[in-house]
Design a protein around this ligand. Structure first.
Ligand code: GUN
Length: 307
């Protein structure tokens, strides 16, 4: 093995899959399946106590190809997890006012515990205004300023799915984040910023890199935990990875039909890292698992029962 894992991130206590290249592959697909099993049991418990399943409304506007794929898999995951899926597929010409009217109706629909508006929205629609219209108690994406604020104040409620999924995956593999130097590359509202808040909550020392970062390579090279959320194939060269680091690749970039890659140059990174998420099969499945988990948590919280 080329990297000295014990000198950087804490050693895994889970029973990980060893990679021939050196890094332990963080099997998000398998771990997400375990989470989803637990969530389905929890959903069943909700249904027996309250006489209806937890409900999740997923709104798609237009026909963005990636959104169509993501929304389809979210809805399928709902039905497999004992969550009622309310489908709203709207034409690209839907106005912001029409969309907000639908959100308000869903806010007042008692069968609906969670509302997700798939992003991006067509040009001309202000995503912030739409997201702000969602009842924070139904904000299963965790994007509402109330939920972001609660996370920032160390009292998380509904947590953004991808960052929460990264944290759960790290926990599942026994990667102790407290005290580690963590670098997030990308500062989006969906991933980078809430990821930084999650890492901070977990006790890491956090740096966020963005387009204004002067020396990205130096920042990546000292990261004991690296989260890449840029959306550009192979944006981070493998040779930048600190030996033994835990690497979480949030990027899902299609470089050819049927060929997805992450933001990190995988093979050389896997030779240096202590742990690494593959693409596909790493962070992506965790995002969906945490969405289902949030939907069931929202249902229990709204019902005033235990979470
Ligand atoms: N578009 C890409 N990722 C996401 C996500 O996690 N939630 C929503 N609503 N839209 C997205």
């Amino acid at each position: 093995m080329s990297g000295d894992r014990s000198s950087t991130a804490a050693r895994s206590t889970a029973t990980p899959k060893a990679a021939s290249s050196g890094a332990i592959i963080l099997d998000g697909k398998a771990f997400a399946a375990q989470v989803r099993q637990a969530v389905a049991l929890h959903a069943g418990e909700f249904a027996s106590r309250f006489g209806r399943p937890p409900g999740l409304a997923v709104i798609k506007v237009g026909e963005d190809p990636a959104s169509c794929v993501y929304v389809k898999s979210k809805r399928k995951a709902c039905s497999e997890g004992g969550i009622a899926s309310f489908e709203h597929d709207l034409p690209a010409a839907t106005t912001e006012a029409q969309l907000i009217t639908l959100v308000y109706a869903l806010n007042h629909d008692d069968r609906v515990d969670g509302i997700l508006v798939q992003l991006p929205l067509p040009n001309g629609t202000d995503a912030n205004r739409v997201m702000d219209a969602i009842d924070p108690a139904k904000d299963v994406d965790g994007f509402h300023p109330v939920n972001t604020g609660l996370l920032a104040q160390k009292r998380p409620k509904l947590r953004p799915c991808t960052p929460y999924g990264v944290i759960r995956l790290a926990e599942g593999y026994g990667i102790a984040l407290r005290g580690l130097r963590a670098t997030v590359v990308g500062a989006s509202n969906i991933v980078g910023r809430p990821m930084a808040l999650e890492l901070l909550l977990a006790g890491a020392t956090v740096t966020v890199c963005h387009t204004g970062t002067r020396d990205l390579r130096a920042e990546v090279e000292r990261a004991e935990v690296l989260v890449a959320a840029v959306g550009k194939a192979g944006f981070i060269p493998g040779e930048w990875i600190r030996p033994g680091a835990a690497v979480f690749d949030v990027g899902i970039n299609r470089i050819a039909p049927g060929k997805l890659v992450g933001d990190v140059e995988y093979e050389p990174a896997a030779r240096r890292a202590g742990w690494i998420t593959p693409v596909p099969g790493g962070v992506g499945p965790m995002t969906i698992a945490m969405l289902l988990s949030n939907a069931v948590a929202a249902a229990f919280m709204r019902a005033g029962g235990k979470n």
